[in-house]
Design a protein around this ligand. Structure first.
Ligand code: BDR
Ligand code: CA
Length: 342
């Protein structure tokens, strides 16, 4: 069983990460924190809570709002990909001002305090059980958490984040959006002496929701609805999510086959690491380049001769290089089926 904390900015693919975090049978989700990123932190907080409700999450799992802006830079948002509110085109989610959504948001504890409490409790109560911190947005909250609570680093199993790319970007020629939003935070996390896994664009761009995966998502194999209609409210919601995301990717990047489910891969990695291959490198973030700010720079040839530690002097990050795509989508559809049964 893996205990996880999810820090996210929903976001279409973040929403699918939330679903997997709830329904992978070997994962226990302790809580969710939210960050600026795809849209404002107010929107991402509401969206995370709306997803928890739509996905029938247990009531005790709460959403805690985190950073409204990067450590040093102004906040961005990405309406082109996710719509102005972050979950553009997604039908069937409860409104943000409904009681059921408000009840899922814990305003008493800001993100990093909530992360510290959950990790501290799991460590003490679970006879030394560690927690995996999963980040699917800019790394501001994670950087603040590891800086403010260094005594809890021993209780972190691993930090798994979607971000970066080796030689490839999506919001500049070489910078991926999550890292580009807060490069300083990403460098702080990369310097933190705990095991880390980066799931970069090179891998996430292989996890494309093709029309055949979309068709399986629309209809459960148990009950096939007539005339191609989604066979449940949940499947309708997820189908509209994929359709909007597909169109955004098509118009922005020319992806024709379907959208990549970037963020869901982080949870798949925690649940089924054997589906991935990876190589451990020294990875740093370009903080000042005229054309390359926000780039993740991996020492692929071992040129730097660094040590074997996970912190600022070593091979600090496992970088995913490939995945079993068919098995990943099987896991995704299994989680949808389990959620459908609740
Ligand atoms: C990342 O940026 C956002 O658009 C997605 O939610 C994902 O986390 C991909 O670059
Ligand atoms: Ca995201």
């Amino acid at each position: 069983m893996s205990y996880i904390w999810l820090d996210c900015d929903p976001g279409h693919d973040d929403a699918t990460a939330i679903l997997l975090a709830l329904y992978c049978t070997n994962i226990r989700l302790l809580g969710i924190s939210t960050t600026h990123g795809n849209t404002t932190v107010e929107n991402t907080t509401d969206n995370a809570a709306r997803c928890l409700h739509a996905f029938a999450a247990p009531e005790h799992i709460k959403v805690h709002a985190g950073a409204a802006a990067p450590l040093l830079r102004p906040a961005r948002s990405d309406a082109e990909i996710h719509g102005p509110g972050g979950l553009g085109g997604v039908e069937g989610l409860p409104p943000a001002d409904s009681d059921s959504v408000r009840a899922r948001i814990d305003n008493r504890r800001p993100a990093i305090e909530a992360i510290a409490a959950a990790i501290g409790q799991t460590w003490n109560a679970g006879a030394g059980a560690k927690v995996t911190v999963v980040a699917t947005g800019p790394l501001t909250n994670t950087a603040l958490f590891v800086s403010v609570y260094p005594h809890l680093l021993d209780a972190i199993e691993r930090i798994v984040f979607m971000g970066g790319g080796i030689g490839v970007g999506n919001r500049t020629a070489v910078a991926e959006y999550n890292i580009l939003c807060d490069p300083e935070a990403a460098q702080i996390v990369l310097n933190t002496p705990v095991p880390k896994t980066m799931i970069p664009l090179n891998v996430t761009h292989k996890a494309i929701v093709t029309s055949s995966v979309h068709a399986k998502l629309i209809n459960s194999t148990i009950y096939e609805a007539p005339s191609g209609a989604p066979s449940s409210q949940l499947r309708h919601t997820l189908s509209t999510l994929i359709s909007f995301f597909k169109e955004a990717y098509e118009s922005t990047f020319g992806f024709m086959d379907g959208p990549p489910l970037h963020d869901a891969l982080t949870i798949a990695y925690v649940s089924r690491p054997e589906l991935f291959t990876g190589i451990r490198y020294r990875v740093d973030v370009e903080l000042t380049g005229a054309h390359t700010s926000g780039q993740t720079v991996a020492d692929v040839w071992g040129y730097l001769k660094v040590d074997d530690t996970w912190g600022r002097t070593g091979k600090n990050c496992e970088v995913a290089t490939d995945l079993d795509i068919a098995a990943f989508f099987e896991l995704f559809l299994d989680c949808v089926a389990r959620c459908d049964e609740v």
